[in-house]
Write a protein that binds this ligand. Sequence first.
Ligand code: UGA
Length: 435
Amino acid sequence: MRIAMIGTGYVGLVSGTCLADFGHHVTCVDKDQCKIDGLLAGRMPIWEPGLEALVKANVERGRLAFTTDLASAVADAGAVFIAVGTPSRRGDGHADLSYVFAAVEELAGLIDRPIVVVTKSTVPVGTGDRIAALLEEQGAPVGVSVASNPEFLREGAAIADFKHPDRILVGAEDERAREVLAEIYRPLFLNRAPLLFTSRRTAELTKYAANAFLATKISFINEMADLCEAVGADVQDLARGIGLDNRIGPKFLHAGPGYGGSCFPKDTLALLKTAEDAGIRQRIVSTVVEVNDDRKDAMAGRVREAVGGDLAGKRIGVLGLTFKPNTDDMRDAPSIPLVKGLVAGGASVIAFDPVGREQAEPLLGEIDYADNAEAVADGADALVIVTEWDEFRALNLKELAGRMRGRMLVDLRNIYDRAEAEAAGLEYQGVGRGQ
Ligand code: UGA
């Protein structure tokens, strides 16, 4: 099948590349000439493990192309995916659909036969209806279908998630759209990935519900972590103890500094806006958001207490800045309020992130950067692990302790044990690990 993918951000680039890898002919379109030039030269606009090689292989096989020219991409496509950004709208938290509708307007004039237009971007319930109406209004041919096919990939594991999904969700209102999407995803459901057909509105809302539920698990375990600290229990063991119950499941129960990234914060807010517009209270999700915002803001205070209650004059070493490992993404990262809080309290901060520095610098203000964990430790009063990059999991704690001025290790991702930190001569503070 020939496919056009509008938008070469995370979702568009990964989806387009993986669909090409399945054997389809995919043309990825973006308005940003620089991005397209980079991709044509083999440069990835995002840092995602395995992506560069997969792009290269599929370009070489002639199945993956990049262009700024939507018309040529759409000319012979059987399906056009819209995978442009839907950030939070400044001021009110609604999803900003201006990129989506700009793409649809442009597309409308280019469609000359009944193709399937598919939203892959995370869009509020009812967006598919609005797209269908707009296409009709702009004179697109009768029979053009609009389907919703939300994506559930995680940054850092995006290719594996796309190729081995727990499910493929297709929201469609007509048989032809279902057939076209089933054809596109045939390689996956041959691998037994469940293909789930729902109405278009249900698919749109399901995406938000999935992210809101995952965010709920995280805020839940973070509150349990606070309780564990207060009463002398261990949240890691507690998470295992509840997670082995199949009805709960073991994933997304890692306590930490709060969730960040480009999805959970924006999608939970957008869900609340949808509910507000519909006049339906969503007390659970609104509390999840509040718990998470408070948690991120509280992390600097946690470090302050760990160094004796006063940050003034302290040197704090920060390990990891991105919102999670294996990405350079800094959007809504917990490191941002943490670093700002440390600096506001009078500390000097030195940070190291394996790939996130370039994205981090404009967001974090005047701090120092190092090229490795050892340099971060030099003269530090405390080391704070913020992102659980693999290379931080096997640090030589003894060596780091020897380089520090103080002795405190604040492990916001629980990747070390108190015993091993103490054996290396460090004091240890994890998350939710009461004595
Ligand atoms: C998330 C979802 O996991 C994907 O299924 C979804 O497709 C994607 O959003 C999206 O809507 O596009 P992502 O934001 O890439 O993916 O990253 P996650 O791995 O879900 O992590 C999100 C945040 O939660 C991170 O800050 C992470 O550190 C935090 N987290 C995650 C925890 O604090 N504890 C956990 O147990 C799991």
